[in-house]
Design a protein around this ligand. Structure first.
Ligand SMILES: Cc1ncc(COP(=O)(O)O)c(C=O)c1O
Length: 456
């Protein structure tokens, strides 16, 4: 299409003033989260000892399609947004495809990913409530970094339980979190009861997000004036991330871009859920027929090989039960898995939409992901995060299909972050030492055995 610049930057005035609440549009809502003690739907009172009140309100909001972004948060968003929608002219040329490829690039802020959209929102509401410390988990480190930036800005203390293997492999991520004033505790640790229990049962464990969540929740509940914040999965996180989709849609409308396919990587589902939110809303209302594709690692295949069941969000089995696609909270991905996207579960909103057939999911192997990442870095100039490169892989595959069929499809994918702290993985790929691991059915059975038996 003529006249489309390499980069579409919206003006500050075009920044969305509201988030988009997909639940207000869905024909059927996801089943409610359950209190693990009573197996009854959670009430707001169940959640407010753990989460900030405004976030709990948002978690329960099923009626307001648009939720206003408070002015004090807009000031933060103005520092880091809007993010560009970029036409991948160079990649198109490299692939010699008739497809038009665009990517929404969330890596322009210092933390390097979309995670800051929700980190800023959650810390803003914590501050407003008078909370002085927040705790969280981080896997690859993007969420911890984003939260450290947000906590520094709003002057709130931060304790990050960082999956042990990531803390060891990514000392610079840890250093960035510490530079912004966050405290990093490699997890599992002996600083919490649940950490000590996990260590006793599994002494050599390299950790998992599920363990780190258990530790962060325990500390939040036991520390005065402290709450826990989560970087993905929950409905309010997807809500905050809808700013990605709203900006993308404004840019598309402005330039007459009509996507045929929208692709995003899925870990807990927040960047994909945010990117597709307004487009999916229109699809549900019968106003478009866009194909949405979520992409997950073959080594942690929550959607493509998981079960749709009530499960705990953490390994210590302390959180509310969520109905989601899950590999079981005891699932720990193979240590040769390089990037993030290692969480056992999945957003309940996306799980419901997937279950009802609103989008597809593909699983890809990491060597194929890095092949795409290196190709992209060399022709588009941006060094992509391994997580985002899952989406990139499938965008390239779809563009190659267009070359074969001669179709001129319009493809948008979410480039959720940059990969500067993932050089160990890139080095392993460059040296030809990276391997793939696809769990066997037997491996998965071990995780499934940890899913609680909840009959509803
Ligand atoms: C750059 C990047 N993209 C994507 C993800 C996956 O998370 P989500 O599915 O919540 O977007 C992560 C998770 O750590 C990430 O760091």
């Amino acid at each position: 299409m003529a006249g489309i610049p390499y980069k579409i930057y919206l003006s500050e005035k075009e920044l969305p003033r509201h988030w988009y609440n997909l639940k207000a549009v869905m024909k059927e809502l996801p089943p409610p989260m359950l209190n693990p003690a009573t197996l009854k739907p959670c009430t707001k009172e169940d959640l407010t000892p753990i989460f900030c009140e405004k976030l709990v309100e948002q978690e329960f909001n099923t009626t307001d399609r648009y939720i206003e972004i408070p002015e004090g948060l807009m000031n933060f968003y103005r520092m880091i947004r809007p993010s560009p929608l970029i036409r991948a002219y160079n990649l198109e040329r490299e692939l010699n495809t008739p497809a038009e490829i665009y990517y929404k690039f969330e890596g322009t802020n210092t933390s390097g990913s979309h995670k800051l959209n929700s980190a800023a929102a959650q810390v803003y509401y914590a501050k407003e409530q008078g909370i002085t410390t927040v705790t969280t988990e981080t896997g690859a480190g993007q969420w911890g970094t984003a939260l450290a930036m947000a906590c520094a800005y709003y002057k709130v203390n931060l304790i990050v339980y960082m999956v042990k293997v990531s803390a060891e492999q990514k000392p610079y991520r840890k250093a960035v979190i510490e530079t912004y004033g966050g405290k990093v505790v490699p997890s599992p640790s002996d600083t919490t009861e649940v950490g000590r229990k996990i260590l006793a049962e599994n002494p050599g464990t390299t950790g998992s997000l599920g363990c780190a969540i258990s530790e962060a929740v325990e500390t939040a509940v036991k520390t005065e004036n402290c709450r826990y914040v989560l970087g993905s999965v929950l409905d309010h996180v997807l809500l905050h991330q809808s700013i990605i989709g709203l900006e993308t849609k404004t840019a598309c409308d402005k330039y007459g871009i009509e996507p045929d396919i929208i692709i995003g990587c899925v870990g807990g589902g927040s960047n994909f859920g945010g990117l597709i939110a307004p487009f999916m809303g229109e699809k549900i209302e019968g106003k478009n027929n866009i194909r949405f594709i979520g992409v997950e690692p073959a080594s942690c295949p929550s959607f493509t090989r998981g079960r749709y069941a009530y499960d705990f969000g953490d390994t210590g089995k302390t959180t509310p039960l969520l109905k989601m696609y899950t590999l079981g909270s005891g699932f720990i991905p193979s240590p040769n898995h390089a990037g993030g996207l290692r969480y056992h579960g999945m957003s309940p909103i996306l799980s419901k939409l997937y279950h009802d057939g609103y989008f597809e999911v593909r699983s890809v192997e990491q060597t194929k992901v890095f092949e795409a990442a290196v190709m992209f870095a060399r022709c588009e100039g941006i060094l992509p995060a391994p997580e985002s490169s899952h989406a990139l892989r499938v965008a390239i595959d779809e563009a190659i299909k267009c070359k074969e069929t001669g179709e001129k499809k319009t493809i948008i994918f979410g480039l959720s972050g940059t990969g500067y702290f993932d050089m160990t993985a890139y080095m392993s790929y460059n040296a030809g030492a990276m391997t793939d691991y696809i769990p066997t059915d037997e491996d998965l059975e071990k995780g499934f055995a940890t899913i609680p038996k909840v009959d509803l």
